[in-house]
Design a protein around this ligand. Structure first.
Ligand SMILES: NC(=O)c1ccc[n+]([C@@H]2O[C@H](COP(=O)([O-])OP(=O)(O)OC[C@H]3O[C@@H](n4cnc5c(N)ncnc54)[C@H](OP(=O)(O)O)[C@@H]3O)[C@@H](O)[C@H]2O)c1
Length: 341
């Protein structure tokens, strides 16, 4: 028996998000005994959401589908067999492709995780993807010690801003590459305020003496979310036996690896995908520890969310259009405010 209605964004075919997304109203089924009903509050718009709607992402949900990989919601009803969750609890998805761009839906209680009450809604809405990606890439590829350098491109991306802050917390030196722009000083200052040790434009990276001069040790770890020529320039600065971890391809160009890099410098080139890590580690101690660490950093104000802008759900097109821009330069992470529908 249907009891209530919810609004959602829906796509029936893959394609340009602005063209294929439509607002629909659906009935919410009566709650099963092992389900909770979640009213979604905030849901970020990430590049992976856009690529999924375009049909260009490895996760291809069955159509029609509701987009939205992460978000924070409030439990508004609980089934009779639900354990450890109550009405009023704030929850986040416990896995990917959740379909959070909707106002309300029912889920098996095991598919959501309660978040500590001290996390703000914005912090919680962006917890699952970018902070975890930054955390894992810094932990899982190279044993880093205090004073070691990490270099990354996309230094101003949401992931990049979290990498900067975690490096600061863990005493690694972060070298952050960004694209040049008219307001470059403001952006450099912003990233420095987050804890960036060095912020260089792509052009400055080509001629920098930062490592040759001994000011900083050559990086053992490089994080790449841009690929193309940018990543190639970054890889030239890797220390002998250093590792480049690729987790994105925002330039839409392939990653080119110089032969000398493999033969003479013993560089390794690896990839990381948070979705795959989460699937393999859903119940792991590492995952629990990671969420505990991140929540604590937010509580102690040692971590701040990437620059963001809340957009009312009924004005979703602004957020989607901006996140879909081919040449980037969005400046902020858009978050859909599902309460304004
Ligand atoms: N593998 C994983 O598990 C995983 C997890 C999270 C994120 N990601 C990926 O990481 C990347 C960043 O995600 P995010 O949420 O942090 O993104 P974001 O906050 O939207 O930032 C996007 C970044 O990409 C740059 N950019 C955009 N278009 C570009 C272009 N055409 N050429 C060069 N640079 C461009 C932007 O620089 P400007 O400001 O100069 O435009 C900005 O630094 C995405 O590719 C995303 O899919 C992967």
């Amino acid at each position: 028996m249907a009891t209530d209605c919810a609004k959602s964004l829906l796509y029936k075919e893959y394609g340009d998000p602005i063209a294929v997304l439509q607002v629909t109203t659906q009935t919410i089924d009566q709650l099963a005994s092992d389900e909770v009903s979640v009213k979604w509050l905030l849901s970020p718009v990430n590049p992976a959401d856009i690529n999924t709607i375009q049909g260009k992402y490895p996760s291809r949900p069955a159509l029609p589908a509701v987009p939205g990989n992460e978000g924070v919601g409030e439990i508004v009803a609980v089934g009779s067999n639900v354990q450890n969750l109550c009405v009023g609890d704030k929850v986040v998805p416990n896995g990917p492709n959740f379909g959070t761009w909707r106002t309300q839906a029912n889920y098996n209680f095991k598919d959501v995780s309660k978040i500590p009450s001290y996390l703000s809604l914005v912090e919680a809405s962006m917890l699952n993807v970018n902070p975890c990606t930054a955390y894992r890439m810094l932990k899982d590829f190279v044993p880093l010690k205090p004073g070691d350098s990490v270099i990354q491109n996309g230094g101003n991306s949401a992931v990049g801003q979290l990498v900067i802050q975690l490096c600061k917390l863990w005493n690694y030196k972060s070298v952050n590459i960004i694209r040049n722009r008219p307001e470059i000083k403001e952006l450099k200052d912003q990233l420095a305020a987050l804890g960036a040790d060095e912020v260089l434009t792509e052009e400055e990276l080509r001629t920098t003496q930062l490592f040759k001069s001994g000011k900083l040790p050559a990086p053992k770890l490089a994080l790449n979310c841009i690929s193309g020529q940018n990543a190639l320039e970054v890889s030239r600065h890797l220390a002998h036996s250093g590792v480049m971890v690729t987790y994105g391809g925002m330039s839409r160009e392939p990653l080119t690896i110089p032969v000398a890099s493999l033969i003479f410098k013993n560089h390794s080139f690896k990839g990381f995908w948070m979705t795959a890590w989460t699937k393999e580690n859903t119940e792991s101690k590492e995952r629990v520890n990671m969420f505990n660490d991140l929540a604590l950093y937010y509580k102690e104000k040692k971590l701040q969310t990437p620059l963001h802008k809340l957009v009312p759900f009924n004005e979703y097109q602004e957020a989607i259009a901006s996140a879909t821009k081919f040449d980037g330069r969005t400046g902020v992470k858009y978050i859909l405010d599902m309460t304004k529908s």
